[in-house]
Design a protein around this ligand. Sequence first.
Ligand SMILES: Cc1cc2nc3c(=O)[nH]c(=O)nc-3n(C[C@H](O)[C@H](O)[C@H](O)COP(=O)(O)OP(=O)(O)OC[C@H]3O[C@@H](n4cnc5c(N)ncnc54)[C@H](O)[C@@H]3O)c2cc1C
Length: 497
Amino acid sequence: MTNLTGLRPIDRKEHLKIPREPVPKQPPEERIHNFNEVYRGYNEETVIIEASRCIQCPEPQPCVLACPIHNDIPLALWHTANGDFIEGYKAYRLTSTLSEVCGRVCPQEKLCQGACVVGAHGDPPVYIGKIESFLADYIRRHGGLNLKPKPPTGRTVAIVGAGPAGLHAAELLALNGHSVDVYDAWPKPGGLLHYGIPGFKLEKDKIEALIARIEKVGVRFICNTRVNDPGQPSVDDLIEDYDAVLLAIGAGITATMGTEGEDLPGVWQSIPFLVATNVPESDLPEGTPIPEIKGKKVVVVGGGDTGSDCVRSAVRADAAEVTLSYRRSEAEMPGREEDRGFAREEGVKYEFLTQPVRFIPGEDGSVSKIEIRRMKLGEPDASGRRRPVPIEGSEFILDVDLVVLAIGFWPDEKFAKQVEGMESKRWGEIKVDPDTGMTSRIGLWAAGDAVNGADLVVTAMASAQRAAVSIDRYLQTLTDEYQRLHVASRIKEPVAA
Ligand SMILES: Cc1cc2nc3c(=O)[nH]c(=O)nc-3n(C[C@H](O)[C@H](O)[C@H](O)COP(=O)(O)OP(=O)(O)OC[C@H]3O[C@@H](n4cnc5c(N)ncnc54)[C@H](O)[C@@H]3O)c2cc1C
């Protein structure tokens, strides 16, 4: 039996009989004392068994369609099942530069694995993410691919933001021979991969190795630089100094609750909390506040991935008691179910259908209690999820030492408005041409959460890929004369005859 291309002969019935190969994990009692990844990963024998579970569906393969960057997963798994890990990794490289990240943090159960036909047969789907991260790690352990950029084009690109969108575009453009500088406000590149997602999901050394690989193809990182801040380069400066500029600035504005006492000492926003608990001090700006968590009662508010990451970080920082409050029921929670399962194993308590209505200070002025109201579910709202409705008179008081708010992020509307000629949407998302990622200003592109709103690593990469392809085309066709005229018109000076 063959798939449609006839290139990969496979007996599907036989392959469907192969049971899922489990991935070893750190047990809860061990992992609560460290920030290392929960999964220990496949080895060279077990990964072959798991990859052999792929039945090489005929095109169009549902897993490929479900992947926002359309990785050729069956091809990668075919090579892996045959023990050729280098070719397996190369299959991912056709569409992705961040396999070490996506294999770990993508919500595969909703994407590739969610669409896996093996899963539709009642068996667990092929563990695609774990295979992808194995391949990326294998290649890194064996010295990496010898990535050779094309000859220099003499064209220059500035990227603002060194998160997954900026990193993906930077590597693609550098490999095409362009000179790429990436600016970032943090002391180290990585964006939320380093300054957000905790080590127990994605270890810091994986990001360091990734950055080193991107530097090796010629990308320069210019850190500790917040573009458009006083005394720092502006977007206009970059447009003048470079042939193309990509804004990959993420969605870094934290949503607020508008609840009394929200700004009390002891009430933390999620990113400062995650940064303080997860990032080595040497990678933090001087004077970054670090909370005292050991022995404290911690309440995290919010039901997304960020909420899960905060409760699990609090556990690892030796909090005495960690509770997550969410205003809907568990069924409406947007965060990954697997992470919730891990959090429960690690001792986190969940208070569903609860909403803080007041943060109350103690004698020292810091938060010491929360007044919480119970909720019930009403009719579905615009998101399709049932709306939380307050139950009047249901309020109760919870003692607390530290609160973490993990209720969402928005793109930076102020930044978007500062850039002349660049249009943005209602919530600050930068408006781009959906096919090219170019903004309403010539020579300026945008990608990632800054365009999509707070979303996923892989969707940030998908938009960065579109932008990189468009930038590359633009740079290839750019003549010096065109560039001179356009830069001149952008800065509104008369064009010299
Ligand atoms: C706690 C947390 C957990 C998450 N977990 C997951 C997960 O498990 N799986 C998943 O797929 N997604 C997850 N996400 C979402 C994911 O991290 C983002 O969707 C992704 O990082 C967006 O990539 P980006 O490159 O657009 O932006 P970012 O990663 O936010 O990077 C933007 C970069 O731009 C820089 N920047 C901003 N403004 C400026 C400026 N003016 N000058 C210079 N630099 C600037 C910032 O410093 C930052 O480094 C999580 C998000 C959070 C907050």
